[in-house]
Design a protein around this ligand. Structure first.
Ligand code: MRU
Length: 348
């Protein structure tokens, strides 16, 4: 499943598999402008931190085409990139990807837009390729944390759909499966957008990996009954001390895992680590429209007029995390040192 984010160079269109319709329908949304990409990100046509980053990289190419080549093209492009980077606040991969494209632009010197389009197309393709490679590498490191016979709980969808391909948490699960370990997965349903029930179950079933879906609030019971040996989740942003923002409900899963003595791993590429933040308290938490909670499709679930909380993410303190699985290896506490070491190793 590596075709869910595709750039059509002939049409200058970004084609995004509409994740809102899965698993019932496979349809693509074409994006031709920056506003199209911003809308697709906000409305969750595409979601998942690394997939958001890849989409943003291609969004920069569309922004450049949209800025044209008149005298003020640089200012127009700058404003469009700014708009793109603001589409969603929590997943740092969005800003990371736009910053990477900006850096290439700056380093390219005084390039005309025609040449820059070619350079940026290559860069966006590199962002996409590198994400898949990072996931495969971190998957192999993470597979060593999984024992033969384990049932692994995961929350949300940190699979191929949430990345350029292969997945982070699901990359670890895929790698363990490919090594021949007889594992199974419990996918928490992940209210309100149901990434677990719809997307994780869809991906794993397609790969023939045994998967069962559980209501989010069954987590405690499943752990107490000994039905979970390990938890692996993805991340939207990891602070310098290892505090991790991920889909709402992850913090509760981590607390329950600690109570039941179950290892709790976070799997993420280094592009998800934001070393500008000392700890998780500064991670912006997106609040999404109330309608995602009050309605199921067109059917209202709650009494008209009742206010709701729809925080899309929470922060799991580093102290609850057994290890952070990255393409530089599995990092352990104290995370401030191990994260710094991972970045230094990559540079080296
Ligand atoms: O709101 P979403 O669906 O974009 O949130 C996604 C998650 O929280 C995932 O668990 C996280 O991005 C990891 S994706 C590899």
């Amino acid at each position: 499943m590596e075709k869910h984010i595709r750039f059509d160079s002939g049409e200058n269109a970004l084609l995004l598999l509409d994740q809102r319709l899965l698993p019932l329908r496979e349809e693509y949304v074409p994006c031709r402008t920056t506003d199209d990409v911003v809308a697709a990100l906000r409305n969750m046509v595409v979601r998942g931190a690394p997939a958001i980053g890849v989409t943003a990289a291609w969004g920069c190419v569309l922004a450049l085409l949209e800025a044209g080549d008149g005298p003020d093209w640089r200012d127009r492009l700058d404003a469009l990139l700014h708009r793109l980077a603001e589409a969603r606040p929590t997943a740092v991969n969005l800003r990371w990807a736009v910053d990477r494209m900006r850096r290439v632009w700056r380093n390219a010197g005084d390039m005309d837009p025609d040449l820059l389009v070619r350079v940026w197309r290559a860069e966006a393709a590199a962002v996409q390729r590198e994400d898949i490679a990072a996931n495969k590498t971190l998957g192999r490191f993470g597979a060593a944390c999984i024992q033969d016979g384990d049932t692994i709980m995961t929350h949300c969808n940190a699979g191929a759909l949430a990345t350029a391909g292969y997945g982070t948490a699901l990359g670890v699960i895929r790698a363990a499966w490919e090594e021949g370990k007889k594992i199974s997965v419990i996918a928490n349903e992940t209210r309100p957008f149901l990434q677990g029930a719809r997307l994780t179950a869809y991906e794993l079933q397609a790969d023939g990996i045994p998967v069962a879906v559980a209501c989010d609030n069954a987590c405690g019971l499943l752990m107490r009954r000994g039905m979970v040996q390990c938890v692996v989740v993805g991340a939207d942003r990891i602070a310098a001390n290892g505090d991790t923002a991920n889909k709402i409900g992850t913090y509760s899963v981590a607390l329950l895992a600690r109570e039941h003595g179950i290892p709790f791993f976070v799997a993420a590429p280094l592009s998800t680590i934001d070393t500008t933040l000392d700890d998780g308290s500064a991670i912006p938490i997106e609040q999404r429209p109330a309608r995602e909670v009050t309605h199921m499709g067109d059917t209202r679930l709650t009494p008209d007029g009742v206010p709701v909380y729809n925080f899309a993410f929470d922060v799991t303190p580093a102290a609850l995390i057994t290890g952070i699985i990255t393409e530089q290896g599995v990092l352990h506490a104290p995370y401030t040192a191990s994260i710094r070491g991972a970045f230094a190793a990559r540079k080296g």
